[in-house]
Structures are given as structure tokens and as C-alpha cells.
Design a protein around this ligand. Structure first.
Ligand code: ADP
Length: 363
């Protein structure tokens, strides 16, 4: 036996078609804890566990004969100490010195098994931690919502003068308390939504949705904010019968998210515009703004949860970086995509693409 083969860090075995072992390297003899004289000239079977003997006759040898090679087959060998030695086997059938031989390379995989077990355990632990996190998030969010609605309703009562007359200054404070409570409520809703999406617990009900209906509703909801922010608004022109296959409430939520961001990240004097493009199979809804834009580096991460860009003054303290992550997950759950095109300093265009629907609807 060639000394390189003898020292190779894997077992080697060669046998003829009648199963007689012609050659074996030192590494395999060491792995099996058997002397050369006992192995050479013996039948391959003598090295195998009883299960492996059967496998050898029904699968291993027939496969090797038919395909002339074997790739990554598991085989249990029996050591001289009568212990199992599990190996990963690669094989090749070849002609040597005028006869057909079957060469096998054997690598023990006890360690590999151990690594696989460790990976599996780590994966299970991560999944469990994720479930625990979702449950925690959702419980905490619920617990937070109750006191917030108390704060909101009590400050409204005070503002109405239920407990006595309120001064102008007090009314101003009460309104600020209310809008802070509203803001907290929105954040909590986002977190709840996200926790549900992560847990795969969000269901979308798909049906034909008239694009113009969703746009009109979303536009009426942001109208005041657009005006207050000193922005111009360009509404979409869209055929009244154009429909997409979507969940109307979820589509509304996504649009509102995009419009709110467009308003938030565009300084006064800028423009927010919505446009619609219909293809044969899809419909694209673009939400464009002339605001600060998003750098290429930022674009890679803005759809990740809890990611926010550098805040500039008017945006301070708004959002937690969940809006786009939720919007993208929801769009994908409806079979669509949400993408962005932008250049820093030159505004941004977010595009929702959804499958077109030809079906009629009652709305
Ligand atoms: P949030 O608005 O709560 O920060 P989002 O997930 O909605 O979270 O957005 C993530 C980040 O993406 C924002 O913090 C901002 O940096 C960037 N971004 C989103 N929309 C726009 C936009 N229209 N123009 C510029 N930047 C935007």
C-alpha cells in the first residue's frame, strides 16, 4: 500500500465484485482497531453491522455497480472491539490491474453528527426565544394600551370642563397630553402589528379592491397633515374600474404609512404625489416626495425592523422604525412587493406593486 494513502486522514478500502477486500489503508485499520491480516482477503460484510450488511446487499453495492460511483452514503462499520463506527462513504468503481474493483473512502462522522445536533439545538433555542419575545411584546403592548386610553379619555373630560373651568393654558397642556397619548398608542399598535407578523399570526383577506377607493380614503386622512406641514399634494389620476387583489384595510394601512413618511421627511414647500401605473398583470402605486431622500447605504436597511435614518429636527421623536418593515411584510403577504427608489437630497419614491384583479366587487 502506498504510504501516502496509508497516512491519508480518511479510511480507504478496495474490494472486488465478490466482496473480497483487496486493499485497506492504515487509517481505516486504526479506525476499526483491526489487524491488516484480519481484514485483507475477508469479505466486506465482516466489517459491517448487521443493518449495514443488509444495506450493502440491497443498496450500496447495486448502486455502485449501476452508477459506478457513490456520493455521501452513511454506513455503519463494526470495530474489532465490537463497537459501531458510523462513516460517510464516497465510492468509485474502476479497472485496476486488469480487473474491476470498488474503491471506498470512509470518513467517520461522529463529530459531524455532534455539530449537526448543536446547530439544531441552537436553532430550536433561537426559535423558542423568538416566541418568548413575541409573547412578551404582545403582553407588554396590551398592558400599555389600557393606561394610555385612560390618560387620553380623562384629559378629554378635563378639557370639556367636567371638573370645572379650564384656562387657555391648561387646555393647551391637555391637548399636548392627548397628542402624546395618541402618539404612544400608534407606536404600540405598530409593535403589536409587528409582533403578530413575526409570529406569522397576521391573516390577510384577499379580494378585488378598487384602487381609487383606497387612494381617496387615504388622501382624506392625510389632507390636514399635508396642509399643516406646508406641502403641496398631487393626487393620482386613476381609472375608476382599476382593481388590485388585496386586503383593503391592509392596503390602506400601507398607503397611510408611506404617505405619513413622505410628509414627515419632506420640508415645508415640498410636494407629495401619488400616481398609479397599470400593467397587464400588476398595478403599481407610487408615493413620491421631494424631501431629504434616502442614501444608497440607508436604502439597504430601511425595511429592516427598528431601523431609522438620522433624524433631523422636525422628525425627532417620531416612530420606532417599524412602519416600513410592517408595510413590506404586509405587501408580501398579499402577493406583492414594496420597493424604494431614491437619491439623497432628491426625494424618494416608494412603489407598492400588487396583482391586478379583473373580478367585479360590490363596493
Ligand atoms: P419610522 O418612520 O418610524 O422611522 P419607518 O420604518 O417608516 O420608520 O422608516 C424607516 C426609516 O426610513 C426612517 O426612519 C427614515 O430614515 C427612512 N424613510 C422612510 N420613508 C422616507 C421618506 N419618504 N424619505 C426619507 N426617508 C424615509
Amino acid at each position: 500500500m502506498d504510504s501516502i494513502l496509508d497516512e491519508a486522514p480518511c479510511g480507504f478500502l478496495s474490494f472486488t465484485d465478490d466482496g473480497t477486500i483487496q486493499a485497506v489503508n492504515e487509517t481505516l485499520l486504526g479506525m476499526l482497531d483491526r489487524p491488516r491480516a484480519e481484514v485483507e482477503g475477508a469479505h466486506v460484510e465482516t466489517l459491517l453491522t448487521s443493518g449495514a450488511k443488509l444495506f450493502y446487499h440491497t443498496h450500496l453495492f447495486p448502486l455502485l455497480k449501476m452508477q459506478e460511483r457513490l456520493n455521501e452514503v452513511y454506513l455503519s462499520l463494526r470495530t474489532g472491539e465490537d463497537e459501531d463506527l458510523n462513516c460517510l462513504v464516497n465510492g468509485r468503481r474502476t479497472e485496476r490491474a486488469g480487473r474491476t474493483v470498488n474503491d471506498l473512502v470512509l470518513v467517520p462522522f461522529e463529530e459531524r453528527n455532534q455539530y449537526e445536533d448543536e446547530i439544531l439545538q441552537a436553532k430550536q433555542a433561537a426559535e423558542q426565544a423568538n416566541r418568548a419575545k413575541d409573547k412578551f411584546l404582545s403582553t407588554v403592548s396590551h398592558e400599555l394600551k389600557t393606561p394610555i386610553s385612560t390618560i387620553k379619555s380623562l384629559s378629554q373630560y378635563l378639557g370639556m370642563g367636567v371638573q370645572g373651568e379650564v384656562s387657555e393654558g391648561q387646555t393647551d397642556y391637555l391637548q399636548r397630553i392627548e397628542s402624546a397619548a395618541d402618539y404612544l398608542g400608534t407606536l404600540i399598535d405598530d409593535m403589536l402589528d409587528f409582533a403578530r407578523l413575526e409570529a406569522g399570526a397576521v391573516e390577510v383577506t384577499l379580494g378585488p379592491v378598487r384602487v381609487t377607493d383606497v387612494l381617496t380614503r387615504a388622501e382624506s386622512l392625510v389632507e390636514v397633515r399635508v396642509r399643516e406641514a406646508g406641502l403641496a399634494y398631487e393626487p393620482a389620476s386613476c381609472p375608476s374600474d382599476l382593481s388590485v387583489r388585496a386586503d383593503p384595510d391592509r392596503l390602506q394601512q400601507i398607503l397611510l404609512n408611506l404617505l405619513t413618511n413622505a410628509i414627515k421627511f419632506t420640508p415645508a414647500g415640498g410636494t407629495v404625489a401619488v400616481s398609479v401605473e397599470s400593467g397587464e398583470d400588476d398595478v403599481c402605486i407610487h408615493v413620491r416626495d421631494t424631501g431629504r431622500g434616502i442614501s444608497e447605504a440607508e436604502q439597504e436597511h430601511i425595511f429592516d425592523p427598528f431601523v431609522q435614518g438620522q433624524p433631523s429636527e422636525p422628525e425627532q421623536g417620531t416612530g420606532v422604525g417599524l412602519g416600513l418593515a410592517i408595510s413590506q411584510d404586509l405587501t408580501e403577504a398579499m402577493g406583492g412587493t414594496l420597493t424604494v427608489e431614491s437619491q439623497e437630497g432628491e426625494g424618494a419614491t416608494f412603489t407598492i406593486t400588487l396583482p391586478r384583479s379583473e373580478a367585479s366587487h360590490d363596493a
